[in-house]
Design a protein around this ligand. Structure first.
Ligand SMILES: O=C(O)[C@H](O)[C@@H](O)[C@H](O)[C@H](O)COP(=O)(O)O
Length: 232
């Protein structure tokens, strides 16, 4: 499965390029439909990109932001992806964006799924942009190798927008967008940094079970070669 990798000299150059890609996609959708939506990933990698995007001169009042996936924790937790987005993206002019977090306060993602689906069902569709990350085990979103709920989540014909995921490697129980909604985005981008993740992506691009390296589901079912932004 091919992918199109753009290499940047450092994190700042990558963040600028990624923010420009996403801003362009949001601008195009907003110009066309009067509104646009964006889904971003959590974890340690995106902070600089989110900071850079927050300064983009966009009509943020017409933009909705949500998460590709979420750890099932409140925003007071330092594991919360929603807290990461509020801290690094939703400030300045970007604070005018409508934010749609996935954690509902229900005791489990399974119990919160219907309410979360209700929330995201109202987002402008398809996403103007989706930014994925990837773990060293080849997971993306909350598509963790061997996870409970993985098969349904990476089904290219999944009827549901969201899925609950449980996996030891995931830490907390998770909620994640399913594969079709991510693939339907106008612009689907993978943001990875470092030598190890590049090698993991190369390995995932070779034949093998999707369940072992779930990023393969994205590589195999994407409408065109996945655009990857990488720096050493
Ligand atoms: O909730 C999450 O953890 C993310 O959405 C997840 O898919 C992330 O993109 C990868 O785990 C990479 O995370 P790092 O950037 O921390 O390596």
């Amino acid at each position: 499965m091919p992918f199109a990798l753009a290499a940047y000299e450092d994190r700042a150059a990558l963040a600028r390029a990624l923010a420009a890609h996403v801003a362009q996609a949001l601008l195009a959708r907003t110009a066309r439909d009067g509104a646009a939506s964006l889904a971003v990933s959590g974890g340690r990698t995106p902070a600089l990109f989110l900071e850079t995007l927050s300064a983009a001169p966009l009509d943020w009042g017409r933009i909705s932001v949500t998460l590709v996936d979420e750890r099932w924790v409140p925003e007071t937790s330092d594991r919360s992806n929603a807290a990461l987005v509020r801290a690094h993206l939703l400030k300045g002019a970007a604070a005018a964006a409508r934010f749609v977090p996935l954690f509902t306060g229900a005791p489990t993602p399974e119990a919160g799924l219907a309410a979360a689906e209700e929330r995201v069902g109202g987002l402008p569709h398809p996403f103007a942009a989706v930014v994925l990350g990837m773990g060293d085990d080849g997971h993306t979103a909350s598509f963790f190798p061997g996870a409970e709920g993985l098969e349904a989540a990476i089904d290219p014909a999944a009827p549901a927008l969201l899925a609950a995921i449980r996996a030891e490697a995931a830490g907390e129980p998770r909620i994640t967008f399913t594969l079709p909604e991510l693939l339907a985005a106008d612009t689907l981008l993978l943001h990875i940094e470092g030598k190890v993740k590049r090698e993991v992506l190369e390995a995932a691009s070779r034949p093998g079970p999707q369940g072992q390296m779930p990023i393969r589901a994205v590589l195999r079912h994407a409408r065109r070669p996945l655009d990857v932004l990488w720096c050493p």
